[in-house]
Design a protein around this ligand. Structure first.
Ligand SMILES: *Cc1c(COP(=O)(O)O)cnc(C)c1O
Length: 355
């Protein structure tokens, strides 16, 4: 690594590690001892520091609370057999944070601030990275408006924070999904491609309706015609039909550019697997389910990496997917990505940094 920013560090008096049950981690509930914080004022990021994780003081007029000018990222760090901490594609998360920032009228965060904050925080809290097989440290960088002002305009001040949470083996049991044709996650010209808070708030109600009906997640369709499959709201989705992988393109501004999606596409190219970036229509999906040409369907995202789909509801009808053989693409690509993330196989695309 090049020049190191000298970050002031305030350490906790007593680590919470002794009282943490690492064999029983619930995703997102346990936060590590420290956090990285930077403040944006007068047009620059200042006061970069690492301090104990703890409450913030927020004025009730804080603009984020009213108008949701807030963006986030999600990534993971893994412990390899030599005790090194490996971080997967952090540069891609930094780039995407700044794409979200631009759409939400928020300031750009320099790469150095992101990477130094990230690596120094993870280094300080490296004992929080779980050792169990399949476990990891989830990393949550986020930025939000800090002006105390009740009026709709971009804030002049912001906070950028990085938190980390140890998470257990995310045994992704196969999911059942419902193709959503009433509610909309994103439309062209909207904010679907930004990882911004409001997108997730807006998805809660339709997702809860689907959960009440017995589905884990939604498959969102385009907001205009509800005839094209877009993504799943925290995961991108891929289908394998007649030997060919199909996933929605990301140039409409309605789909989050998943880093897992991009990694899977890269591996598919490396392996000469036929892959099309195009919209699958709801009609095509239904036909492929009926005539049995749908071989695989899976979500791609940081939390699960690959989530196999076992049941799909289309136009009110449930279809069960065939069980997958061990050499299914989704199994192979999951094994390869896990191998890269834990440093067990070669990393030809330089996706890993080591701390
Ligand atoms: C974060 C996210 C994904 C997955 O992105 P990864 O970088 O692979 O974790 C997909 N869709 C939405 C809406 C997301 O917020």
């Amino acid at each position: 690594m090049k020049t190191q920013l000298a970050l002031p560090v305030t350490k906790v008096q007593n680590s919470r590690i002794p009282e943490t049950d690492f064999s029983n981690l619930v995703f997102g509930r346990t936060i590590s001892d420290h956090m990285f914080v930077a403040d944006y004022k007068d047009g620059e990021w200042t006061d970069l520091r690492i301090e104990p994780y703890g409450p913030l003081s927020i004025n009730p007029a804080n603009a984020t609370l009213h108008y949701g000018q807030s963006i986030f990222e999600g990534m993971k760090a893994y412990r390899n057999e030599d005790g090194k901490i490996l971080v997967f594609r952090a540069d891609a998360n930094w780039r995407r944070l700044n794409e979200s920032a631009e759409r939400m009228c928020m300031p750009e965060l320099p790469e150095e601030v992101f990477m130094e904050g990230l690596t120094q925080l993870i280094d300080l809290d490296r004992d929080w990275v779980p050792t169990a097989k399949g476990a990891s440290l989830y990393v949550r960088p986020y930025m939000f408006a800090m002006d105390d002002y009740i009026g709709v305009r971009p804030s002049d001040t912001y906070k950028f924070i990085i938190l980390t949470c140890p998470v257990g083996n995310y045994y992704s049991k196969p999911v059942s999904v419902k193709v959503e044709t009433t509610f909309t996650r994103a439309t062209e010209g909207g904010t679907g491609a930004a990882k911004t808070a409001g997108n997730y708030a807006a998805s809660l109600y339709p997702a809860r309706q689907a959960q009440k009906a017995g589905y884990d997640q939604l498959l969102w369709t385009d907001g205009r015609s509800h005839s094209k499959i877009e993504e799943s709201g925290t995961m991108n989705v891929m289908f394998k039909i007649n030997g060919k992988l199909i996933t929605a393109p990301t140039n409409t501004g309605t789909i989050l550019k998943g880093i897992t999606r991009d990694s899977v596409i890269q591996l598919a190219k490396d392996w000469n697997e036929p892959l099309e970036e195009r919209f699958l229509t709801v009609g095509e999906l239904e036909s492929a389910l009926i005539d049995g040409t749908l071989e695989e369907a899976f979500g791609t995202g940081t939390a699960a990496t690959i989530a196999h789909v076992e049941r799909i509801n289309v136009n009110g009808k449930d279809y069960i997917l065939p069980s997958k053989s061990a050499d299914a693409f989704s199994h192979r690509v999951l094994a390869e990505l896990d191998g890269i993330k834990y440093g067990q196989v070669a990393d030809p695309h330089n996706w890993i940094i080591s701390i």
